[in-house]
Design a protein around this ligand. Structure first.
Ligand SMILES: Cc1cc2nc3c(=O)[nH]c(=O)nc-3n(C[C@H](O)[C@H](O)[C@H](O)COP(=O)(O)OP(=O)(O)OC[C@H]3O[C@@H](n4cnc5c(N)ncnc54)[C@H](O)[C@@H]3O)c2cc1C
Length: 421
């Protein structure tokens, strides 16, 4: 829907979308002395950033689009409550995405994506250190590493090629015996055969509070937070123009699109095609879990994660391909409890809360980052798939550097929207 600039109120920089990515970008620009407006249709942090597993998963540099995932798809799809499922009615819509996913999974493409993901993830914790120290929110990040556990003795062997690949990209990994795992996490039962320790990862005790607090700090420092749904985007020579559902129109010299899984339509209004879809994920939050973990714990065989948080133990994961409209299937959240019980015999399910969120995912598992190739007034920061929490702070720094005409520490060209034009 074109927006006519003559009616518009003017703003200097507008960030659309107040998830962890948009909030971090807005704060970073504000910190650098820019006048920033952050717009969301909801309270900040109520999108996908609300209910994630809270894991700064710097070790995850192998893109989901890889041969192992592809080979396991037929078996995974046999189980509707398994780690991967598809709403069959959605298949025709997501088919082009799946075809691109298949191409991205070819070994030469995987190697490139690993390198690009590593470039972001390797800088993730340091960029959060800067962000959280500056905003006085360091208590929201706990650095105790993370674990992957194997239940079957043969799993270590099965996973070895991935471990070697990750080590090749500089990820620190220590192999642990079952006894060593239980020494770190006494709540683990006898069903554990061994595992891995990732010392250079961290977790947040509350991903929602992180976004809410960041936005509050942004506001206190003079940033403007507007509540409204963006329904129209357009551009003229004079400005990039935004129309809200209320009818309010805003013109700006710089617009950053950080609307997560909802970015496809908005990007299209500006003339950019992007094969964005969503991987729906679920969590089960146990406020009184009856046992304690000290750090995120990933189950290799069951493909889910358990993270200790200030409001209890969060069980999270699963991928459901079903688009933005279908109702949640909360059985996918409930099944996580059965998985957790197999690992933590003392666990209890009193007053659990279920949640579903929309991961914003491109088929090549890379986000869209940086200025549009043909219009420096428009920047993108969406599509962080399983790693939006991990990559938000570094995304913000890189985008701000680029916007200010500085050299970026990471080459942003592989992340450009140009790759889909
Ligand atoms: C189960 C699960 C577990 C996960 N675990 C992890 C993890 O451990 N570590 C990790 O790094 N990542 C994890 N993720 C992924 C991570 O949560 C996402 O990548 C991240 O939240 C994306 O952030 P975002 O800011 O891009 O999107 P969102 O948080 O979805 O924010 C987008 C915002 O845009 C707003 N918006 C959309 N359209 C409009 C519009 N038209 N007008 C105005 N506002 C609009 C929305 O209201 C929303 O607030 C997980 C995801 C799931 C589902």
């Amino acid at each position: 829907m074109p927006v006519d600039s003559s009616q518009c109120e003017q703003r200097s920089i507008v960030v659309i979308g107040a998830g962890i990515v948009g909030a971090a970008v807005a704060e970073q620009l504000q910190h650098r002395g820019h006048k920033v407006t952050l717009i969301d249709r909801d309270s900040p942090g109520r999108g996908c950033s609300y209910g994630n597993a809270g894991h700064f998963a710097t070790d995850v540099v192998l893109p989901l689009a890889n041969m192992k995932t592809l080979m396991s798809v037929p078996k995974l799809l046999m189980n509707p409550l398994g780690p991967l499922s598809i709403r069959w009615g959605y298949l025709p819509k997501i088919l082009p995405w799946l075809m691109r996913f298949g191409i991205a999974a070819l070994p030469a493409n995987v190697e490139k994506s690993c390198r690009h993901l590593r470039a972001l993830n390797g800088r993730s914790i340091e960029s959060y250190d800067r962000l959280l120290e500056r905003t006085g929110l360091s208590e929201l990040m706990t650095k105790r590493g993370a674990l992957t556990v194997y239940e079957r003795p043969e799993s270590a062997h099965k996973n070895q090629s991935t471990v070697d690949l990750l080590r090749g990209f500089g990820v620190e990994i220590e192999a642990l015996s079952a006894e060593q795992l239980r020494a770190l996490e006494p709540a683990l039962g006898d069903g554990v055969a061994g595992g891995l320790y990732f010392p250079r990862t961290a977790h947040t005790v509350n991903p929602y509070r992180l976004v809410a607090a960041l936005t509050r700090k942004f506001k206190l420092a003079g940033g403007e937070v507007l509540c409204g749904e963006v329904v129209g985007l357009g551009r003229t020579d004079a400005s990039v123009n935004i129309r809200l559902a209320s009818g309010q129109e805003i013109g700006s010299q710089r617009v950053i699109l950080a609307t997560g899984a909802w970015s496809k339509t908005l990007a299209a209004q500006l003339g950019y095609r992007v094969p964005l879809d969503t991987e729906r994920g679920y969590h089960l939050m146990l406020p009184a879990p009856g046992c304690e973990l000290n750090r995120p714990l990933v189950s290799f065989e069951r493909s889910f994660v358990m993270t200790p948080m200030e409001e209890g133990l969060r069980l999270a994961g699963t991928v459901e391909l079903g688009g933005l409209q279908a109702k949640p299937n909360y059985e996918r959240a409930d099944i996580l409890y059965d998985h957790a019980r197999a690992l933590l015999p003392g666990i209890r399910n009193d007053g659990a809360e279920r949640w579903m969120g929309f991961r914003p995912s491109l088929p090549d598992s890379l986000p869209v980052l940086g200025a549009a190739h043909d219009d420096p007034r428009i920047s993108f920061a969406f599509g962080h798939q399983h790693l939006g929490l991990t990559q938000a702070a570094i995304t913000a720094e890189l985008l701000a550097d680029q916007m200010e005409g500085k050299a970026t520490e990471v080459d942003l060209s592989p992340f450009s929207i140009k790759r889909f034009q």
